[in-house]
Ligand binder design. Structure first.
Ligand code: PGA
Length: 229
Protein backbone atom coordinates (compact mmCIF):
# COMPACT_ATOMS: atom_id res chain seq x y z
CA UNK A 1 0.00 0.00 0.00
CA UNK A 2 2.96 2.25 -0.68
CA UNK A 3 0.93 4.85 -2.55
CA UNK A 4 -1.58 5.48 0.22
CA UNK A 5 -1.55 9.02 1.54
CA UNK A 6 -0.01 9.42 5.00
CA UNK A 7 -1.22 12.15 7.33
CA UNK A 8 1.25 14.05 9.51
CA UNK A 9 -0.67 16.35 11.82
CA UNK A 10 1.30 18.67 14.12
CA UNK A 11 -0.60 19.95 17.15
CA UNK A 12 1.16 22.87 18.84
CA UNK A 13 -1.40 22.98 21.65
CA UNK A 14 -1.14 26.17 23.76
CA UNK A 15 2.48 26.89 22.89
CA UNK A 16 4.66 29.41 21.03
CA UNK A 17 4.37 33.15 20.59
CA UNK A 18 4.39 35.25 17.43
CA UNK A 19 8.15 35.34 16.95
CA UNK A 20 8.45 31.60 17.65
CA UNK A 21 5.74 31.04 15.08
CA UNK A 22 7.71 33.05 12.55
CA UNK A 23 10.89 31.13 13.37
CA UNK A 24 9.14 27.78 13.05
CA UNK A 25 7.91 28.56 9.54
CA UNK A 26 11.23 30.05 8.50
CA UNK A 27 13.12 26.95 9.65
CA UNK A 28 10.76 24.46 8.09
CA UNK A 29 10.82 26.62 4.96
CA UNK A 30 14.61 26.30 4.82
CA UNK A 31 14.39 22.53 5.13
CA UNK A 32 11.90 22.25 2.31
CA UNK A 33 13.99 24.53 0.14
CA UNK A 34 17.16 22.54 0.86
CA UNK A 35 15.39 19.34 -0.11
CA UNK A 36 14.03 21.04 -3.25
CA UNK A 37 10.50 20.51 -2.05
CA UNK A 38 11.00 16.74 -2.34
CA UNK A 39 7.96 14.86 -3.57
CA UNK A 40 5.33 15.15 -0.90
CA UNK A 41 2.44 13.89 -3.02
CA UNK A 42 1.98 10.92 -0.72
CA UNK A 43 1.90 13.06 2.38
CA UNK A 44 -0.80 15.28 3.80
CA UNK A 45 1.11 17.57 6.14
CA UNK A 46 -1.04 19.62 8.49
CA UNK A 47 0.04 21.99 11.23
CA UNK A 48 -2.32 23.31 13.90
CA UNK A 49 -1.07 26.48 15.66
CA UNK A 50 -3.16 28.36 18.25
CA UNK A 51 -6.01 30.49 16.82
CA UNK A 52 -4.21 33.83 17.18
CA UNK A 53 -1.30 32.75 15.01
CA UNK A 54 -3.37 31.31 12.18
CA UNK A 55 -3.48 34.48 10.03
CA UNK A 56 0.29 34.80 10.37
CA UNK A 57 0.83 31.09 9.70
CA UNK A 58 -1.35 31.41 6.60
CA UNK A 59 0.87 34.20 5.24
CA UNK A 60 4.12 32.44 6.17
CA UNK A 61 2.99 29.20 4.56
CA UNK A 62 2.51 31.11 1.29
CA UNK A 63 5.72 33.11 1.72
CA UNK A 64 7.81 29.94 2.00
CA UNK A 65 5.62 28.00 -0.48
CA UNK A 66 5.18 25.19 1.96
CA UNK A 67 3.25 22.04 1.00
CA UNK A 68 1.53 22.27 4.36
CA UNK A 69 -2.13 22.68 5.21
CA UNK A 70 -3.35 24.51 8.28
CA UNK A 71 -5.68 23.25 10.95
CA UNK A 72 -7.28 24.72 14.08
CA UNK A 73 -7.14 22.98 17.44
CA UNK A 74 -10.76 23.63 18.31
CA UNK A 75 -13.89 25.43 17.15
CA UNK A 76 -16.94 27.01 18.72
CA UNK A 77 -20.07 24.83 18.87
CA UNK A 78 -22.02 27.95 17.80
CA UNK A 79 -22.33 30.00 14.64
CA UNK A 80 -21.28 33.65 14.65
CA UNK A 81 -23.21 35.62 17.24
CA UNK A 82 -23.30 36.70 20.87
CA UNK A 83 -20.82 34.12 22.22
CA UNK A 84 -18.04 36.10 23.84
CA UNK A 85 -14.61 34.63 23.31
CA UNK A 86 -15.69 31.98 20.83
CA UNK A 87 -14.03 31.41 17.46
CA UNK A 88 -16.50 30.12 14.88
CA UNK A 89 -16.01 27.71 12.00
CA UNK A 90 -16.92 30.51 9.60
CA UNK A 91 -14.02 32.62 10.89
CA UNK A 92 -11.64 29.70 10.73
CA UNK A 93 -12.64 28.77 7.19
CA UNK A 94 -10.68 31.82 5.99
CA UNK A 95 -7.45 30.23 7.18
CA UNK A 96 -7.69 26.48 7.71
CA UNK A 97 -8.86 23.31 6.01
CA UNK A 98 -8.90 21.10 9.08
CA UNK A 99 -10.16 21.28 12.64
CA UNK A 100 -9.19 19.07 15.53
CA UNK A 101 -12.27 18.27 17.59
CA UNK A 102 -12.50 16.29 20.82
CA UNK A 103 -8.87 16.27 21.90
CA UNK A 104 -8.67 14.65 25.34
CA UNK A 105 -7.29 17.90 26.77
CA UNK A 106 -10.52 19.62 25.68
CA UNK A 107 -12.59 16.80 27.14
CA UNK A 108 -10.71 16.90 30.44
CA UNK A 109 -9.88 20.57 31.07
CA UNK A 110 -12.82 22.20 29.30
CA UNK A 111 -15.40 19.54 30.13
CA UNK A 112 -16.43 19.01 26.52
CA UNK A 113 -18.92 16.20 26.09
CA UNK A 114 -20.20 14.15 23.16
CA UNK A 115 -23.11 16.48 22.57
CA UNK A 116 -20.93 19.57 22.37
CA UNK A 117 -18.41 17.77 20.19
CA UNK A 118 -21.22 16.79 17.82
CA UNK A 119 -22.30 20.44 17.58
CA UNK A 120 -18.73 21.47 16.83
CA UNK A 121 -18.56 18.81 14.14
CA UNK A 122 -21.75 20.11 12.52
CA UNK A 123 -20.42 23.71 12.53
CA UNK A 124 -17.16 22.55 10.94
CA UNK A 125 -18.94 20.57 8.23
CA UNK A 126 -21.32 23.47 7.47
CA UNK A 127 -18.22 25.47 6.67
CA UNK A 128 -16.57 22.75 4.58
CA UNK A 129 -13.85 22.06 7.09
CA UNK A 130 -12.48 18.55 7.51
CA UNK A 131 -12.64 17.30 11.08
CA UNK A 132 -9.90 15.35 12.80
CA UNK A 133 -11.91 13.73 15.57
CA UNK A 134 -9.84 12.61 18.57
CA UNK A 135 -10.87 9.69 20.72
CA UNK A 136 -9.09 8.22 23.73
CA UNK A 137 -10.29 4.69 23.07
CA UNK A 138 -12.06 2.51 20.55
CA UNK A 139 -15.42 2.69 22.30
CA UNK A 140 -15.63 6.49 22.37
CA UNK A 141 -18.64 7.96 20.55
CA UNK A 142 -17.82 9.23 17.04
CA UNK A 143 -20.31 11.34 15.03
CA UNK A 144 -21.50 9.58 11.88
CA UNK A 145 -20.05 12.11 9.40
CA UNK A 146 -16.44 11.80 10.64
CA UNK A 147 -13.87 10.76 8.05
CA UNK A 148 -10.63 11.25 10.01
CA UNK A 149 -10.26 9.77 13.49
CA UNK A 150 -7.25 10.23 15.74
CA UNK A 151 -6.78 7.45 18.27
CA UNK A 152 -4.90 8.96 21.21
CA UNK A 153 -4.76 6.99 24.46
CA UNK A 154 -4.64 9.56 27.28
CA UNK A 155 -1.75 7.86 29.08
CA UNK A 156 0.42 8.16 25.95
CA UNK A 157 -0.05 11.91 25.49
CA UNK A 158 3.02 13.91 26.44
CA UNK A 159 4.42 11.06 28.51
CA UNK A 160 7.05 9.62 26.19
CA UNK A 161 5.18 6.31 26.33
CA UNK A 162 3.45 5.13 23.20
CA UNK A 163 0.86 2.49 22.59
CA UNK A 164 2.34 -0.46 20.75
CA UNK A 165 2.02 -0.16 16.97
CA UNK A 166 0.25 -3.54 17.01
CA UNK A 167 -2.39 -2.41 19.46
CA UNK A 168 -2.85 0.94 17.69
CA UNK A 169 -3.31 -1.02 14.47
CA UNK A 170 -5.93 -3.24 16.11
CA UNK A 171 -7.85 -0.16 17.26
CA UNK A 172 -7.56 1.38 13.79
CA UNK A 173 -8.82 -1.80 12.18
CA UNK A 174 -11.78 -1.87 14.61
CA UNK A 175 -12.59 1.76 13.72
CA UNK A 176 -12.65 0.84 10.05
CA UNK A 177 -14.91 -2.19 10.45
CA UNK A 178 -18.09 -0.34 9.54
CA UNK A 179 -16.37 2.55 7.75
CA UNK A 180 -13.77 1.11 5.42
CA UNK A 181 -12.90 4.52 3.92
CA UNK A 182 -12.15 6.02 7.33
CA UNK A 183 -8.72 7.53 7.87
CA UNK A 184 -7.24 6.61 11.25
CA UNK A 185 -4.18 8.30 12.71
CA UNK A 186 -2.32 7.53 15.91
CA UNK A 187 -1.29 10.17 18.46
CA UNK A 188 0.61 9.97 21.75
CA UNK A 189 4.35 10.61 22.07
CA UNK A 190 5.07 10.23 18.36
CA UNK A 191 8.60 11.34 17.46
CA UNK A 192 11.10 10.98 14.58
CA UNK A 193 12.36 7.65 15.98
CA UNK A 194 9.03 5.87 16.30
CA UNK A 195 6.99 7.42 13.50
CA UNK A 196 7.77 4.66 11.01
CA UNK A 197 6.78 1.91 13.46
CA UNK A 198 3.25 3.28 13.33
CA UNK A 199 3.12 4.19 9.68
CA UNK A 200 4.10 0.73 8.48
CA UNK A 201 1.00 -0.75 10.12
CA UNK A 202 -1.70 -1.69 7.62
CA UNK A 203 -4.55 0.24 9.22
CA UNK A 204 -2.75 3.36 10.42
CA UNK A 205 -2.93 6.25 7.97
CA UNK A 206 -0.94 8.84 9.83
CA UNK A 207 0.32 10.33 13.07
CA UNK A 208 -0.52 13.29 15.27
CA UNK A 209 2.59 14.52 17.09
CA UNK A 210 2.15 17.22 19.74
CA UNK A 211 5.41 17.91 21.59
CA UNK A 212 7.60 16.81 18.67
CA UNK A 213 5.81 19.18 16.29
CA UNK A 214 6.95 22.23 18.27
CA UNK A 215 10.54 21.76 17.19
CA UNK A 216 10.65 22.44 13.45
CA UNK A 217 13.67 20.18 13.02
CA UNK A 218 11.94 17.27 14.72
CA UNK A 219 8.78 17.87 12.74
CA UNK A 220 10.88 17.93 9.61
CA UNK A 221 12.47 14.59 10.53
CA UNK A 222 9.05 13.11 11.08
CA UNK A 223 8.04 14.28 7.60
CA UNK A 224 11.24 12.86 6.07
CA UNK A 225 10.86 9.51 7.81
CA UNK A 226 7.21 9.29 6.81
CA UNK A 227 8.09 10.02 3.21
CA UNK A 228 10.23 6.90 2.95
CA UNK A 229 7.39 4.50 3.71
P1 PGA B 1 2.24 14.34 22.29
O1 PGA B 1 0.77 14.91 22.03
O2 PGA B 1 2.81 13.99 20.93
O3 PGA B 1 2.98 15.48 22.93
O4 PGA B 1 2.12 13.16 23.14
C1 PGA B 1 -0.09 14.31 21.12
C2 PGA B 1 -1.44 14.95 21.21
O5 PGA B 1 -1.93 15.19 22.33
O6 PGA B 1 -2.07 15.27 20.21
Amino acid sequence: MASKKKYIIGNWKSNNNMSETEEWFELIGKQFKKSRYFPTVNLEIIVCPPFVFLPKAYKLRDKYQLPIKLGAQDVSPFNNGAYTGAVSARMLSNFVEYIIIGHSERRTHFLENDRMLSEKTIRAKENNLEVIYCIPGKDTFIPESIKIVAYEPVWAIGTGKTDTPENADRVASFLKLKHSDRIVVYGGSVNPDNVKDFLIMANIDGVLPGGASLDPNKFWEIILNASTI
